[in-house]
Design a protein around this ligand. Structure first.
Ligand code: EPU
Length: 401
C-alpha cells in the first residue's frame, strides 16, 4: 500500500522532534509499491540541465513548486508531486536530490527548514531467516525495520552479531547507509549484502558488503556516485550461533563480566542498553540525532598540537590509533572530549542545548527548538573547537535543505 500526505508535519519523523513540514510525504509497504511510485517521482522525460552546478539545491526558483506544475490531484493520490530536475555533467545522474529525500527513522538527520519536495519512507518490515546452517544464520530484513527491533529479535534467539548495536535509534535501511557503529562493532561487520532500487536504471540491484565500500559512518550510498541514487529496500545480515562477545570497547568487559561471567547475546544487549542510558538522551523523551559530529582522525603532528594546547601529557588526552593516508599511524580523538574541553557540556542556547553527559549530542532542549537554533549552536561549537584546537569538526548528522 502507498500512503500519501500533503503539507506533512515531520515532527514524528525526525528524532530531533522538530516541527518542519515537507510538501509531500509518501510511505510505502513493499518493493512493488516503490516501483509503482517511481514513474510519478521521476516523470519522463525529466527536465535536463546540463552541467549547471549552481542550479543544484536552489529552492526559490524551482518551478515544480508552483501549483501549475502539479501533475495530479487528491491527497491520497501519488500525482501531486513536484517533478524532479535531472542535471547532467556528474557521475550521479540523479542530481537534484533536494526535491526527493528518502528517510529512515529520521535518527541521523537535521531538516534545516521546511522541505519543499517529497519525503519517502519505507515501511517494508519483514525479518525472515533465509538460511540456517550449523553456525551462520542469514536473515533478510526490510529497510523499514527498526534496527533495535532486529537486535532484540536476534538476542531473543541467542544469535550473535548485532548485540553491541542495541538501542541505536533508526531503521535498518539507514543503518546500512550510515554504517552505524557502537562499542567496537559496525553495521558492516554483520551485513552480507544490500538490496537497493536504482532510480536511474529503475531496477533492483544487490550490493555485496565489499561493494558497499564501508568506512567510518560512511558508505558507497553516501558517495557522490551513490548518494540519493539508490533506495535501500532490504539487507541480508549474517548472525552467528556460536559467536562470542566483543568487549574491547571502554570498560564494557569489566561492566559485563562483573554481572555475568558467561554472557549471552541478551546479557550483552542489556549491558549496552544500560550504558547508553547513562550517557545518551532517551529517544522519545529528548530530541536529538545521537552524535552530532564525527570523531576527527588527525595526524600525529596535529595530535601533538592538541596535547600541547590542552596543557596535559599525551596519556591523559583520549585518543585511539587508526591508519591514516598511506597507512601512516594517525589518531582518532573523541570529539566529545574536544567539545568538553571548550566548556560546552550542558550549555543551552535558545531552544538548543548540549547533552550534559555526552557533549557530542546536540539536543532540542526546549522541545520547540527551530532548525536555526540547532544550526547556530552547531556553528558555535565548531568555531570554538576550531579556535582552540585548530580542528574543524565535521557533522555526522546529514543536513537536509
Ligand atoms: N568524553 C569526554 N567528556 C564527556 C564524554 C566523553 O571527554 O562528557 C570523552 C571521553 O574521553 C570518552 C570519549 O569522549 O572516553 C568517548 O566517549 P564515548 O565512549 O561516549 O564515545 P564517542 O566517541 O563519543 C562513539 C560514537 C557513538 C557510540 C559510542 C560508543 C561517534 C561519532 N560516536 O561516541 O555513536 O555510541 O562511540 O561506541 O563515533 C552515534 O553515532 O550517534 C553514536 C551515539
Amino acid at each position: 500500500m502507498i500512503r500519501t500526505f500533503q503539507h506533512y508535519d515531520l515532527r514524528d519523523r525526525n528524532t530531533f522532534r522538530m516541527k518542519v513540514y515537507c510538501r509531500t510525504f509518501i510511505e510505502y509497504d513493499s518493493e512493488d509499491d516503490l516501483q509503482e511510485l517511481v514513474p510519478a517521482l521521476l516523470p519522463s522525460p525529466v527536465e535536463h540541465i546540463g552541467g549547471s552546478s549552481n542550479s543544484i539545491g536552489q529552492r526559490g526558483d524551482y518551478r515544480g513548486l508552483s501549483p501549475e506544475n502539479d501533475i495530479g490531484g487528491g491527497s491520497d493520490s501519488i500525482g501531486n508531486m513536484a517533478p524532479l530536475k535531472h542535471i547532467g555533467g556528474g557521475s550521479n545522474p540523479i542530481r537534484n536530490t533536494a526535491r526527493l529525500k528518502h528517510i529512515g527513522g529520521g535518527s541521523n538527520l537535521l531538516f534545516t527548514g521546511d522541505f519543499p519536495g517529497t519525503v519517502l519512507h519505507s515501511a517494508i518490515r519483514h525479518i525472515e531467516v533465509i538460511s540456517d546452517s550449523d553456525d551462520e544464520v542469514l536473515v533478510r530484513v526490510g529497510a523499514g525495520v527498526e534496527f533495535d527491533k532486529l537486535c532484540e529479535w536476534a538476542a531473543g534467539r541467542s544469535l550473535w552479531g548485532p548485540e553491541n548495536l542495541s538501542h541505536i535509534p533508526g531503521e535498518a535501511g539507514a543503518a546500512a547507509v550510515q554504517n552505524i557503529g557502537a562499542y567496537g562493532v559496525e553495521a558492516k561487520d554483520i551485513i552480507k549484502e544490500v538490496r537497493a532500487f536504482d532510480l536511474v536504471s529503475r531496477r533492483f540491484l544487490t550490493f555485496s558488503v565489499e561493494e558497499c565500500n564501508y568506512g567510518y559512518r560512511d558508505s558507497f550510498f553516501k558517495s557522490p556516485e551513490g548518494k540519493d541514487r539508490y533506495i535501500i529496500t532490504g539487507i541480508v545480515f549474517a548472525f552467528r550461533r556460536n559467536g562470542s562477545p566483543i568487549l574491547e570497547y571502554g570498560n564494557l568487559r569489566e561492566t559485563l563480566l562483573s554481572r555475568c561471567p558467561c554472557p549471552t547475546p541478551s546479557d550483552v544487549r542489556e549491558t549496552i542498553i544500560s550504558i547508553r542510558r547513562t550517557k545518551l538522551p532517551e529517544v522519545g523523551e529528548v530530541g536529538s540525532a545521537g552524535s552530532f559530529f564525527k570523531n576527527p582522525v588527525v595526524s600525529r603532528e596535529v595530535f601533538g598540537n592538541v596535547v600541547r594546547i590542552s596543557g596535559r601529557d599525551e596519556a591523559s588526552v583520549p585518543h585511539y590509533p587508526v591508519p591514516g593516508p598511506g597507512g601512516e599511524p594517525w589518531v582518532k580523538i573523541p570529539a566529545a572530549w574536544l567539545i568538553d574541553q571548550c566548556g560546552w557540556k550542558g550549555a543551552v542556547r535558545g531552544g538548543a542545548g548540549v547533552w550534559p553527559s555526552q557533549p557530542l549530542v546536540i539536543i532540542n532542549a526546549s522541545g520547540e527548538a527551530s532548525p536555526e537554533e540547532i544550526l547556530a549552536l552547531e556553528e558555535c561549537i565548531r568555531m570554538s573547537v576550531s579556535d582552540r584546537f585548530g580542528i574543524v569538526l565535521s557533522p555526522e548528522v546529514e543536513h537536509i535543505q
